[in-house]
Design a protein around this ligand. Structure first.
Ligand code: WTA
Length: 691
């Protein structure tokens, strides 16, 4: 029961708004909602911000949003320069705020924001907040895997620790522009290491600590870091994971890595009892000075690389630069979460993914926020742990992924309702479409029908939120990410790349750049252009399908390429396939995504074996272990389907459309199979489906 969804509330909302200016052009069609037309239709499920919330919101009305949005797309230079001026720049950017070519037909694609502006994002996150009198404010509350293990750092303390690591990195020879790989769990040392790199102009590349040695090695070979930062072990749930051993395994044979350093881990439970791995260098970081001069960099100097999955087996090194990313993450954080200085913010993402970069580290710290960092698994030791943490730190903004919402929903309301959660005021969702029933549970049970949900659609490539509700500004529809953020011009195109207006479905693209746009794929600008700008010339192609309803709300429908979204983790089907075929008894593999109750999508793998090899339970287990070892446990297939043959066209192309239908048991929707080289394989696969 979405109790805020009442007509009285709605009418009050409408009455408080003026009629919109006409001729707004491509401005989001919020008019229908504002003028009450949207309620005319029964199927609409509008959830309004409460009057109390709207009254205190940074953006209290759709009207205000539309005014700002209009300026952001009509005068992006003016709009973003005004915001950028609130940060510290050693010297201002030149006359051209933004220079871009987003249209591949006009030559090479490039994007530049605030070029010539000299700044440092670490300075803006830390020194600027300390200098403005917020040095004693808590920057990080850290909660360990085991209850009772916690720590915190004020902005002043965080700055000192970042400076020590930065001095250490400088001392061992890391210079501006050098890459540093960070392979750490969710300890405060992880964002500290990122900020230390940023302070000296080094380019960090965080590798999620759930990736295997092979995946880590692949990333190390691509970006050739000067240093790899890790720790010896971490405890996740009840398991100890020996990270240093994994790094050692990855480094074997990679002499280009000068040295691997080990950060001192004082807080993590389990580390002190685990001494098997000798440290490469002793814990010297605390002996360094707590003052470290900043390396001032150009707005367009690289800030970080983050590898993400694409439609081939080779991960893509998404490159973000400094100035535009800084301005964009700070602004999106502030508005999408209605951030106020009194907030306590917790995002459950790991810094190994983009969400942990933009919305655990940079966005919140740029706003001087207090951030909760949790080391462990969200359901350890029981499914009430999240709400225990919320009550402990009085969390006001809680940002997570639909997969966690669904899994906690399955564990029952009692784990939630035994905690107060009264500090909560805004909830957030990211990583995959949130289904309306999970949305409602999150809203009604977790948020006591009081907290708006910011369902934020964005990507590693976009740096920050692209389509997201501004809580307080307009009613929400469960499952819709609602409207574009300032400066973002989404378009929906058909398969020919023609823009479709009004109510429609198609491929989600973006016209022209926003400050947080990624600038290239590291070392492969051609792949950048081919993947993102060639499919629909004139636009950036997101890889997502999307529809827009009659009120202009955007509904993301999932990936339309060979990427699947498992528990909010992006995995390329080709990566899993190449891991499977590396097993000596696997001849061929085809991986598709299938609907999964908790994970959103599950991994379903069809495998063809080498001639003469029989399929067995042992082989099935070995194939899964191979994927776990080559990529990481999060990429393990949920299902292996033995396929004596795969459905292929006469030219040898695997028909994944058919495999998807078989995987989801939609056997009466197989469609035309007559173009297959051997239509018989389909019946064979169906017969083996439950083996
Ligand atoms: C999906 C994560 C629907 C989408 C920030 C996108 C979403 C991919 C949402 C990017 C959302 C992310 N609603 N789908 N709110 N957020 N996605 O690069 O398919 O790990 O293309 O970035 O996640 O995943 P990535």
């Amino acid at each position: 029961n979405c109790s805020l969804n009442t007509t009285t509330n709605h009418l009050r909302h409408v009455e408080s708004m003026a009629v919109l200016p006409s001729g707004a052009g491509k401005i989001p069609r919020l008019n229908a909602v504002i003028l009450g037309e949207a309620l005319a239709s029964e199927e609409d499920d509008l959830v309004f911000p409460s009057d109390d919330f709207a009254r205190q919101a940074l953006l209290p009305s759709a009207q205000k949003y539309l005014e700002m949005y209009k300026r952001s797309v009509e005068d992006p230079a003016g709009f973003w320069s005004d915001i950028a001026s609130q940060f510290l720049w050693k010297s201002k950017w030149g006359d051209t705020v933004c220079s871009e070519n987003f249209d591949i037909r006009n030559g090479n694609v490039y994007v530049q924001w605030f070029k010539g502006g000299i700044t440092n994002i670490c300075y803006n996150c830390l020194d600027r907040n300390v200098d403005s009198g917020n040095g004693d404010k808590i920057a990080f509350h850290w909660e360990g895997n085991e209850r009772g293990f916690h720590d915190s750092l004020t902005y002043t303390q965080l700055l000192s620790q970042v400076c020590q690591v930065a001095n250490y990195l400088r001392d061992i020879g890391v210079k501006k522009g050098d890459a540093v790989v960070i392979y750490l769990p969710m300890l405060m040392e992880l964002p500290i290491a990122m900020l230390a790199c940023a302070r000296i102009g080094a380019v960090h590349s965080v590798v999620f600590a759930g990736f295997s040695a092979d995946s880590l090695a692949q990333r190390i070979m691509d970006c050739k870091p000067k240093v790899v930062l890790t720790c010896n072990a971490v405890k996740r749930g009840s398991k100890v994971i020996h990270l240093k051993d994994i790094v050692d395994a990855a480094l074997i044979g990679h002499s280009m890595v000068g040295q691997s350093a080990v950060l001192h881990i004082a807080y993590s439970f389990g580390i002190l009892t685990y001494k098997k791995t000798p440290l490469v260098s002793k814990d010297v970081v605390p002996t360094y000075s707590t003052i470290c001069e900043v390396e001032w960099v150009d707005a367009e100097d690289p800030l970080f690389l983050l590898y993400t999955s694409g439609s081939t087996g080779k991960p893509k090194g998404v490159l973000h630069t400094t100035g535009g990313y800084m301005v964009y993450t700070a602004t999106t954080f502030k508005y999408a979460f209605d951030y106020k200085p009194s907030d306590i913010y917790w995002c459950t993402a790991d810094c190994g993914w983009i969400t942990g970069h933009s919305y655990v580290t940079y966005g919140p710290l740029l706003n001087g926020a207090t951030v909760v960092i949790y080391e462990g698994a969200p359901n350890y030791p029981d499914p009430g742990r999240c709400w225990d943490i919320v009550d402990k730190f009085k969390v006001t903004i809680f940002y997570t992924a639909p997969t966690l919402v669904r899994s906690l929903m399955r564990d029952g309301d009692a784990y939630v309702t035994r905690y107060s959660r009264k500090s909560l005021r805004v909830l957030g969702s990211v990583g995959e479409p949130i289904n309306p029933s999970a949305w409602r549970w999150f809203f009604n049970v977790v948020g006591d029908s009081r907290c708006p949900i910011s369902d934020t659609w964005w990507q590693t490539e976009t740096g920050g939120f692209m389509i997201a509700p501004l809580p307080g500004a307009w009613p929400q529809k469960p499952g819709s990410a609602t409207f574009p953020f300032f400066g973002v011009q989404p378009v929906i195109v058909d398969e020919k790349g023609v823009e479709i207006e009004g109510e429609c479905s198609g491929y989600l693209c973006v016209k022209s750049s926003w400050p947080g746009t990624f600038r290239t794929l590291y070392g492969d600008h051609e792949r950048y252009e081919t993947t993102y700008f060639k499919p629909f010339p004139g636009y950036y192609f997101s890889g997502d399908g999307c529809s827009r309803d009659k009120d202009g709300y955007y509904w993301l429908t999932g990936r339309v390429d060979d990427v699947i979204n498992v528990s909010g983790h992006r995995i390329g089907t080709a990566e899993v396939e190449s891991a499977l075929v590396s097993h000596p008894q696997c001849a061929e593999a085809a991986v598709v995504g299938v609907e999964h109750e908790v994970k959103g999508q599950g991994i379903y793998a069809f495998v063809t074996l080498v001639d003469g090899i029989p399929y067995s339970e042992e082989l099935r287990r070995n194939l899964i272990t191979t994927v776990r070892n080559q990529i990481g446990p999060f990429a393990a297939p949920d299902r292996i389907h033995w396929a004596p043959g795969l459905p292929k066209t006469r030219s040898g192309k695997i028909m994944r459309r058919i495999l998807r239908k078989i995987a989801s048991r939609q056997l009466d929707e197989l469609g035309d199979t007559s173009t297959l080289a051997d239509p018989g394989v389909v019946d064979q696969l169906i017969a083996l489906a439950d083996c």
